[in-house]
Design a protein. Structure first.
Lengths: 381, 514
């Protein structure tokens, strides 16, 4: 039994479970104070995403975005590059893929791959820029990516308002994408899946992006851990001076890291425009790119854990949405609860520290009890 | 004699299961200079951290002047008169010397720091203990020796009686070391007691009254220094016979491998760090560079290995220019490089040992297979190297940070030696590592040289330069001041004059010998 608990993976899982439980309990405490019907509200929060089929769909769709932006952030962070640029890459990915979905007169089979590829390319370029600025001009990546985010946002708005939306529309949004430009459901429309197809395509926007996502996760993992480029990326991240000393072209690596990170940001944009909204709207992303930081850090920057943390964080957000809609809890309080959970889970030393204190106290007590010539097992070592 | 410190049956098990101290009994008498020696990871530093309150023992008792004490933190320990001078100085660089010394217990005047008073305090301390400092100088502008004296004065100001010095000479030049030892003797005359952690057996003989040897968390013995021999101490530390003096075959000098011509380097701040450096490096020889640190050696090494671009001049290997090229191109030309600071350049400590061993070759077969890299091969390579170079680790997938300093250096050496270099630039190859690893690395260097490699050896340890090199050049302020074609016939003092620029050979004299 002792051995089971000393396994690091088991300890870590336990730690997360305990941390989430404590945070949820605190969250409930908050709910108790501000809600007339705390049990109902909290139930909506905890079980909401599973309570209705369309809510389940919202959860999965949101999680796909979160996982993609998480991968984007993870690739940059793994190389110790603090790119904040995912948000801008995502916006341009949405803009480019949306424009192709709307205006390029190609059949579905060509239009969709073209739109997705274009979103990836947009992200690549928008990542390449801060990479180049850092590598050759020593521009701080946090500042440059934030500035580029602002530029991307205004470009998005400009094209949407002045070129894309119908001139007589009273709101800033494009028309819905035509069928040729919308992503098909992840369940193929063939007779044996008929009922499932009807159910999912009617109630949810879960599209073939699911498969793209699976490929993206595996690709990110292989890229980082199984390719020469990934080796360079990891060495640059671990110690850039060592990488240079060892003969790695650190500048080129740096630029590529930013650019490849951008590909995943662009993909997230394509998912937002072509799967979730099927149109371009103003404020299509309110900081989704930054949520990628949370997802990546919760996963300890491990691409294989990002789907898990993305789904978990997506669940939290989806639950919060349900709570907001179906109870008297204000959005602000919901954010407080969400933040509490993230805080507890990311505070890695929180539980080990408590555990150590408890052990120390136990030890001291046992020392005091036995006036101990045997001295608590120390001679075994 | 009075027993000042009595540590009884100290056991320290770290939370990761490492047993750092295993039933240690350690006594200090009042007024002695007590050296503790042992390999990296032998438990010396842990024992001292326990005495200083930084770590708490798993079991065991500590008595100071016969009174049982339990230190929860260094402040407790200071109150009982125990202070420690760390290897890494804990000072505010922008403060003056005096401000750093009184930091934490500042004399105040109307809530503000009383600068005059703090300078007086510093001068008084400095005078009493014979530790010279300039109270008004800004700390970041003064040299390492004085910064260390600040550290000592700082704890003396707090009224400490027992001073623990953790490898104090590692950062000092020979002259500064002499000054330090002088100061230590004054401190003892004033009634202080010194515990001195070191790797250098010569220093043990020179300064200490008694010496304790540790190995594997246990004390192997304590003796009067006068009764100890360097060989005997080394044997106790390592657990087997150690050859402190390297046996070398006669040099068989081969052809010219590297030609360095009029190399100059100017730092970013505009200082000329290298001035018209020229020399030839032959296969089958070790060319030692002797000099006080900071006289251009670092720049020379980094210019030769592609990490810096020279302002003028060039170095060629087999006719091809290597200066101004990328590190990869320099490596391709057959130049390997043991960097002076393994933690800055030589290793990525958070990455695995396996990964650290392939940084110069991951893009070649067998490691590269098409677009992927083959981790089976990388692990196999790691296993072989760990075995061949005796790196102490359960496996190669662990991060380098889990290794002791000596084993970290072995990782660097394993990588650089296994690339089969024609030329090896070795900077401080044994700095800060234990006797066993030092012996191993020195043997390997000599072996490579005997096998026909050309080796440029840069070391702050003059004894190392003198014992390993076939030929020696001295550097002072970025210039070569002397060439000594036969390292075995030079006196240390004579070299010193050239290292300090007091003596100089003329260009003509040197030309034929370079």
């Amino acid at each position: 039994m002792r051995k089971f608990f000393s396994n690091p993976a088991v300890r870590e899982t336990l730690r997360v479970i305990i941390a989430v439980s404590i945070a949820l309990a605190l969250g409930f405490l908050v709910t108790l104070f501000v809600s007339e019907d705390p049990f109902g509200a909290y139930k909506a929060f905890l079980l909401g995403p599973l309570s209705k089929f369309n809510r389940f769909g919202d959860w999965i769709e949101e999680s796909i975005t979160l996982i993609l932006v998480g991968l984007s952030v993870a690739i940059a962070f793994r190389a110790n590059m603090f790119s904040m640029g995912t948000e801008g890459q995502l916006l341009l990915g949405a803009l480019v893929s949306g424009s192709i979905a709307l205006f390029v007169p190609l059949p579905t089979i060509l239009r969709i791959p073209l739109a997705i590829a274009a979103a990836m390319a947009a992200g690549f370029i928008w990542g390449w820029i801060p990479g180049y600025l850092k590598a050759h001009l020593d521009a701080n990546e946090i500042v440059s990516t934030l500035m580029l985010n602002a530029i991307a946002l205004k470009m998005y708005d400009y094209f949407l308002i002045f070129h894309i939306k119908a001139p007589d529309a009273g709101y800033n949004a494009s028309d819905f994408f035509p069928v040729e430009g919308s992503l098909p459901s992840f369940i193929p429309n063939i007779p044996i899946f008929e009922r499932a197809y009807a159910l999912f395509s009617d109630k949810t926007n879960i599209t073939i992006m699911v498969y793209v996502l699976i490929i993206a996760v595996i690709a990110a993992y292989y890229l980082i851990y199984r390719t020469p480029f990934g080796y360079k990326l990891r060495m640059v991240g671990a110690n850039i001076k060592f990488a240079r000393y060892g003969g790695i072209d650190t500048k080129k690596t740096m630029i590529l890291v930013f650019a490849i990170s951008g590909i995943f940001g662009g993909l997230a944009g394509a998912h937002l425009s072509m799967a979730i909204h099927t149109k371009l709207i103003a404020n299509i992303s309110v900081g989704m790119g930054f949520e990628g930081i949370v997802v990546a850090i919760l996963a300890k920057i491990n691409p294989l854990l990002i789907p898990i943390t993305g789904l978990a964080y997506g669940y939290l957000r989806a639950g919060a949405n349900v709570m907001e809609r179906s109870s008297d809890m204000s959005r602000e309080m919901i954010f407080v609860i969400q933040a509490l959970i993230i805080l507890f889970v990311t505070a890695e030393r929180f539980l080990p520290t408590i555990q150590k204190r408890v052990e120390e106290r136990k030890e001291n007590n046992s020392h005091a009890e036995k006036i101990a010539p045997s001295d608590g097992g120390s001679h075994e070592v | 004699m009075a027993l000042l410190v009595d540590m009884r049956n100290i056991v320290k098990v770290y939370s990761n299961g490492v047993v750092a101290n295993n039933g240690v009994n350690f006594q200090i008498e009042k007024g002695e200079i007590h050296a503790i020696v042992g390999e990296n990871g032998a438990g010396k530093t842990t024992l001292m951290k326990i005495l200083y309150g930084l770590e708490q023992p798993t079991s065991g008792e500590i008595f100071i002047k016969g009174e049982k004490v339990e230190f929860k933190n260094p402040i407790n320990a200071m109150k009982k008169g125990v202070g420690m001078v760390h290897q890494n100085f804990m000072q505010v660089p922008s403060f003056t010397v005096a401000e750093n010394i009184v930091l934490g217990n500042e004399p105040t005047e109307h809530l503000f720091l009383d600068k005059k008073k703090s300078i007086e305090i510093t001068e008084e301390l400095s005078r009493r203990y014979g530790l010279f400092v300039e109270p008004a100088a800004v700390t970041e502008t003064i040299n390492v020796g004085m910064r260390q004296r600040i550290e000592i004065l700082k704890i003396l100001y707090l009224g400490v009686e027992i001073l623990i010095l953790d490898e104090p000479t590692a950062v000092l030049t020979p002259q500064e070391t002499k000054d330090l030892f002088e100061a230590v003797r004054v401190l003892v005359e004033q009634g202080k007691t010194i515990i001195f952690i070191t790797h250098k057996l010569r220093e043990v003989k020179e300064i200490s009254d008694r010496v304790t040897v540790m190995r594997n968390g246990k004390i192997m013995g304590t003796m009067q220094t006068s009764e100890a021999t360097r060989g005997g101490l080394a044997r106790m530390m390592v657990g087997r016979e150690v050859f402190l003096d390297i046996k070398k075959t006669k040099m068989k000098r081969g052809n010219k491998k590297m030609v360095v011509k009029d190399l100059s380097y100017v730092s970013d701040t505009g200082r000329t760090m290298l001035r018209d450096v020229s020399f030839n490096l032959y296969s089958g020889e070790i060319l030692g560079v002797a000099g006080v640190e900071g006289n251009g050696q670092t720049e020379l090494v980094e210019v030769l290995t592609g990490l810096r671009i020279p302002a003028a001049g060039q170095a060629t290997v087999g006719g091809g220019v290597v200066t101004g090229k990328t590190p990869r191109e320099v490596r391709m030309a057959g130049v390997a490089h043991i960097p002076e600071d393994r933690l800055t350049n030589g290793l990525a400590v958070s990455a695995s040992i396996d990964d650290n061993l392939i940084v110069d070759r991951f893009f070649n077969p067998p490691f590269r297979k098409g677009v992927t890299i083959d981790y089976e091969e990388i692990e196999k390579n790691g296993e072989e190297m760990i075995k061949e170079f005796g790196i102490l680790t359960p496996n190669g997938q662990l991060p380098v940070s889990s290794l002791s300093g000596g084993n970290m250096q072995k990782v660097v050496v394993a990588r650089e030696f296994s690339s089969e270099p024609k030329i090896l630039v070795a900077a401080q190859p044994t700095r800060g590592i234990d006797v066993g690893a030092t012996e191993f690395i020195r043997e390997q260097l000599v072996q490579k040289r005997t096998d026909g490699a050309a080796i440029l050896l840069i070391s702050a340890d003059l004894a190392e330069v003198m014992s390993l090199s076939d030929r020696i050049i001295t550097m002072f302020e970025g210039e070569i001041t002397g060439v000594f074609p036969d390292a075995s016939t030079i006196e240390e003092d004579e070299l010193g004059y050239y290292m300090l620029g007091i003596k100089r050979q003329s260009k003509k004299e040197m030309e034929a010998l370079l």
